[in-house]
Design a protein around this ligand. Sequence first.
Ligand code: ADP
Ligand code: MG
Length: 220
Amino acid sequence: MLVSLDRVSLDYGSGTRTVHAVTDVTARVSRGATIAVTGPSGSGKSSLLHLMAGLEAPTSGTVSWPAFGISPHADPARAGVVFQAPSLVPTLDVIENIALPLVVAGATDADARDRSREALSLLDLAWLGDQLPDTLSGGQAQRAALARILALRAPLLLADEPTGQLDSETGAAVLDLMFRVAHEIGAALVVSTHDRSVAGRFDMEWTMTAGKLEDSVARG
Ligand code: ADP
Ligand code: MG
């Protein structure tokens, strides 16, 4: 078990301005699971992913990471998070961007660079290594962010509408890569999307409606 949510709620603000972003959600993510989190804009998808990443603390209920012991946010090697706009450091080239969290996690510079090159090669992206982020297209930047996650070998891969800003062809290619990375590491993959055609590729679909996990469907 990677993440367990037990009657979890998340409110933003307080008093009359309280927004109930997530309400009483109980759910689990096991190793190797692939889950699409769907629902309309404002239904709580991002909030749910942030809770699973340990980036937000629940207002009530419990989020736990039985396989990790502590919040994955405390260690970048535990949960790889991909956002709609990938967060690459603009002054570092792609190799250095991939190496950075490895160094933070304790690898030597040389080892981090080797692992970064290896991750790029595995994804056939070696040519991106010495590029600076602002020279990359949206799809290339998402691929670089995925190589960073592959290098980290984080067992939990969380992606918040990773294809939301990409055209459908590039989006499909990035999603292919995401499945490859998850498979390569043996990681669980949790992806939020409002695109139903994307959701069909996952083992499971969680549907959010106004902060509630209304429906959880497993596919054969
Ligand atoms: P989704 O990702 O499905 O669009 P979100 O989790 O972003 O949904 O948002 C759920 C609800 O919480 C929405 O009503 C949104 O406006 C509100 N919300 C999200 N983030 C914040 C925040 N930082 N402060 C206040 N309200 C927020
Ligand atoms: Mg969102």
